[in-house]
Design a protein around this ligand. Structure first.
Ligand code: ADP
Ligand code: MG
Length: 704
């Protein structure tokens, strides 16, 4: 941490937020150690440890009025108890109430005492999430307490916050410590880090009140607003969190900009030969973006550029040109992709394009073992010009000889931290590598201002000529046989098709199984057409063989899991069927559909769904039917996703927020940006303290 003493006029020593948590009454070393596991070390860390959600135990809901998906409190009498051992121990407790309906409570972990206590006739007050089960509505592992005969039921007065926590630290205890920390929350004048003039200009209300409100909502708090994160107190904090993120990305960017990078401005001979050898002309957009990249590479400061272009816009050729610019200047290039399948595709494209120019391309993947790995590592350390791989490139033990440029494809799968890790790989005589990030996920402008504030952005806003938009229809699974018949017809015309199996929550193993089942079904139904199968549990060699067969036309149909989501490029494939399409988000559907429509033939996409369709799913499928424009789809996605997205379900690799939700709070971003700019200029110290406060340990790590 920087020395504070230089700022003699700021009474920082008195800032209670900076005191260690152990200084709070009743917090001993053991509790402090547990809290440290959550990254909670100083008093202010507790102030900003915000509730994930709230539980409403202020009322009791009749079983007849329960709806799946809700959390509710129910008062019932145990009617029947069953202990089962079919797959694993299970305790099923049926309770009933005055509404004459039954609710099933299901426990997979329980003590014997618990099982014995829950006897018919016992009254219980339970709270949990209601869902559809095989025998009607149920709650899995509800919280519950016994209510003695004749005892009045005590409901809570206010909503109870639920905090992110860790093993061995219950909600009550955590809330207790947070309460102690809140007791020393200073008045606004000392707490507020955003200058008063900026607060006034943007209508930011009291930070102190906002914190107290979200930690302890008053009894009359509007539940719906709080649940959706739209209460003014939550929005006040969301603003500050977005601001902090913005400031920290800006700071990271400034730190990178202060470093120096190799000047990559070779003669251009390799690039010329590459372009001449291509079977197509670069589009105007590809040329423009390539010029942006070359201009960056010719500078002695590191490039940080995001190239966004819809699926099929030709980002790989741009990446190859950037790579050649580095190679020509005598530097090494690392190309990193998020999945092995995509990395393998890049490997083949790059070998196909670059080896005829005398440029060697090395492969480095996580699964590589033994001698192959040792010799690959040796060549990478020795300075092989181009290295292609997965995140294995970032692992310890991978040493680059002369890394000058890092290309990251499909960036949304990687986090900022991961990008930084790879950057640090390249440190060569104090020089850091240039960074080029490719993404097919169009980023609405508002988001580009926040999540990607550390990057310059170029857009490939034009598709190669001759592409025909994909015709999309949504079809109920009840008409599955017709769809299969249609595939047969298409195959006899020499067309090729993808059949994508989607299972979301399950493991890779279950996904593979589902694909195997579909593969068997289609093989039986489409006798005569070659049907292949590809999924994430196959060995790289097997996957490659299947992809080769499909690419070469030996297979007419490829049954696949969503492993084909990114990057797969087989121009002759012109039909795609996506199973359970109602379960996928817009971004993923768009990615998948981008696998067809790559050649000149008209392409079709069939979105198979399992009725009945929910409102949101229906809207998503409608958007897909109406447009193929990635930008429109991304904007729509942002609109539809709304508040449902809770912290726990965010995609990995994306920044996790405590309270902000980029989709819900995007409207705050323009103001966030203004305040951020002003603070960096006028109050850089306050900006630092804000980052310290919200990002804390993570920020210290980034700085290290
Ligand atoms: P993405 O941007 O999705 O990564 P790719 O780089 O995989 O797209 O390119 C999609 C397909 O378009 C590939 O088959 C590629 O060879 C082809 N392609 C790229 N640029 C052009 C172009 N200017 N004209 C015609 N085809 C192109
Ligand atoms: Mg690509």
């Amino acid at each position: 941490m920087p020395a504070r003493s230089a700022h003699a006029f700021t009474p920082i020593a008195a800032d209670p937020g900076l005191s260690p948590i152990g200084t709070l009454p009743g917090v001993g070393p053991a509790l402090a150690a547990t809290l440290a596991k959550l990254g909670l070390e100083r008093v202010q860390d507790l102030w900003f440890h915000l509730p994930l959600r709230y539980e409403d135990k202020t009322r009791v809901t009749a079983i007849a009025e329960l709806r799946a998906g809700e959390r509710a409190q129910v008062l019932g009498t145990v009617e029947a108890v069953e202990r089962g051992f079919r797959y694993r121990p299970q305790l099923k407790v049926a309770i009933g109430d005055d509404s004459r309906q039954t609710l099933l409570l299901r426990f997979f972990h329980f003590h014997r005492a618990q099982a014995e206590q829950l006897r018919p006739g016992l009254r219980v007050l339970c709270y949990g999430e209601v869902r559809h089960g095989a025998q009607g509505l149920e709650m899995v592992h509800p919280q519950y307490q016994r209510v003695a005969e004749g005892e009045a039921v005590a409901v809570d007065e206010r909503l109870s916050p639920v905090y992110p926590t860790t093993e061995g630290l219950g909600q009550k205890r955590l809330a207790g410590v947070i309460g102690k920390a809140l007791a020393v929350l200073p008045p606004d004048a000392a707490l507020e880090l955003i200058p008063p003039s900026l607060c006034a200009a943007h209508g930011l209300t009291s930070l102190r009140e906002a914190l107290l409100y979200v930690h302890r909502p008053p009894p009359d708090a509007p539940l719906a607003e709080l649940v959706n994160g739209r209460h003014p107190a939550q929005q006040r904090l969301a603003f500050e969190e977005l601001l902090t993120q913005h400031l920290s990305l800006k700071r990271m960017r400034a730190a990178v900009r202060r470093r120096r990078a190799a000047v990559l401005d070779g003669a251009g001979e390799l690039r010329r030969r590459f372009v001449q050898g291509l079977p197509f002309e670069l589009t105007g957009a590809q040329q423009r973006v390539t010029r942006d990249v070359f201009a960056d590479l010719a500078q002695a400061k590191p490039m940080l550029r995001l190239v966004q272009g819809d699926v099929g816009s030709g980002k790989t050729a741009v990446a190859a040109l950037a790579a050649l610019a580095a190679v020509e200047a005598g530097w090494q290039v690392a190309l990193m992709a998020p999945t092995e399948l995509l990395a393998e595709q890049h490997l083949r494209s790059f070998r196909h394009w670059l080896e005829p120019l005398g440029v060697a391309v090395e492969w480095l993947a996580g699964k590589q073992q033994g001698k192959a790995r040792t010799s690959a590592l040796a060549r990478v350390a020795g300075g092989t010009p181009v290295v292609v791989g997965t995140h294995a490139l970032m692992q310890e033990g991978v040493v680059f000889g002369r890394l000058g440029l890092v290309i990251v494809d499909e960036q949304h799968r990687f986090g900022v931290q991961q990008r930084l890790a790879l950057r640090d790989k390249g440190l060569e005589g104090g020089l850091v590598p240039h960074q080029l990030v490719l993404t097919a996920t169009p980023i609405p402008r508002t988001l580009a201002m926040s999540s990607y504030a550390d990057l310059d952005v170029s857009s490939i806003d034009e598709l190669p000529p001759g592409r025909t938009p994909v015709q999309t229809v949504a079809v109920s699974n009840a008409r599955r046989a017709e769809v299969i018949e249609r595939i047969r017809a298409a195959c006899t015309e020499g067309r090729q098709a993808y059949w994508v199996c989607t299972l979301i929550e399950e493991s890779e193993q279950l996904r593979a199984q589902a694909a195997e089942v579909a593969h068997a079904e289609l093989s039986a139904a489409l006798g005569g057409c070659g049907v292949g199968l590809i999924h994430g549990r196959m060995k790289p060699k097997e996957k490659q063989a299947v992809m080769d067969a499909f690419k070469g036309g030996g297979l007419a149909v490829l049954v696949a899991t969503t492993v084909i989501e990114v990057g797969v490029d087989v121009p002759n494939a012109s039909l795609m069927v996506i199973e359970n399409s109602e379960r996928l988000g817009l971004a993923q559907l768009h990615q998948l559909r981008g696998r067809v429509g790559r050649g000149a033939v008209a392409s079709n996409c069939v979105l198979l769904y399992q009725p009945p369709l929910g409102q949101l799913a229906r809207e998503r499928l409608n958007v897909m039917r109406e447009t193929c424009d990635g930008f429109r789809i991304a904007e729509k996605d942002l609109e539809l996703r709304g508040p449902g997205e809770v912290l726990g379900t965010r995609q990995t690799g994306q920044l996790a927020f405590r309270i902000a939700d980029l989709a819900r709070d995007a409207y705050l971003l323009p103001a966030v940006q203004q305040v951020g700019q002003a603070m960096l200029k006028e109050q850089p110290r306050a900006a630092e303290r804000l980052i310290e406060r919200w990002i804390g340990a993570a920020a210290r790590y980034v700085h290290a």
